[in-house]
Ligand binder design. Structure first.
Ligand SMILES: [Zn+2]
Length: 203
């Protein structure tokens, strides 16, 4: 038998947030149904850990990602070129299998008079990623949020990710990643802008 010790095995008892019994029982049922014994020592605290982990994985439901774009700066020193945040790592979960999606996103916009702090783009991404997703909708949601709230000349979101439901089950194709993109405004309509953008992104 294999014993693996993880650092999170030191369970934090000080975290007193109540998890409903029905949630704990649901995890126990799944453990039993998977073929294991939820009462064995290594699994006793697992339902609690799983519940807390899922609260974190899905914490995006508790926030409105658009709020990260509320504070903008209008004094940009005449800067009117593309702003690009490249290769932002993220984690999400697919809504079909609850399997992890891990990848990186590149987010760009061409500002119209105002910009946001660059970290805010990553926060918008995480706000949507920390929900159950399909990659196509995640890509579209992030782009639309920036489009609606910054009203820039253009927005582009490109996401490249691996899906646990593809690499660890089903067709089992590790190393395969999926690329999705959403282009709005000038990046969609103007070939020159799009070409410049894709060159910056390295595509
Ligand atoms: Zn899936």
């Amino acid at each position: 038998m294999n014993f693996m010790l993880h650092d999170h095995d030191t369970f934090d008892e000080s975290d007193t947030q109540i998890i409903p019994d029905t949630v704990l029982e649901a995890v126990r049922i799944l453990l039993r149904w998977s073929g294991d014994d939820p009462d064995r020592e290594g699994l006793v605290d697992t339902p609690k850990r799983v519940a807390r982990a899922w609260q974190e994985y899905c914490s995006g439901y508790q926030e409105n990602p658009a709020l990260h774009l509320d504070r903008t700066f209008e004094d940009v020193g005449g800067y009117d070129e593309i702003v690009l945040l490249k290769d932002i790592p993220f984690h999400s979960h697919c809504e079909h299998h609850l399997a992890p999606i891990t990848g990186k996103a590149s987010i760009a916009y061409l500002p119209r008079n105002r910009v946001v702090g660059i970290s805010k783009l990553a926060r918008v991404l995480h706000g949507y990623a920390r929900r159950l997703q399909v990659q196509e909708r995640l890509t579209a949601d992030v782009a639309q949020c920036i489009w609606d709230h910054l009203q820039p000349h253009g927005v582009a979101v490109v996401i490249e990710a691996q899906h646990g439901c593809m690499t660890g089950r089903g067709v089992r194709t590790p190393g395969v990643s999926m690329v999705t993109s959403r282009l709005l405004g000038c990046f969609l309509t103007d070939a020159g802008s799009r070409k410049e953008l894709l060159a910056l992104m390295g595509y």
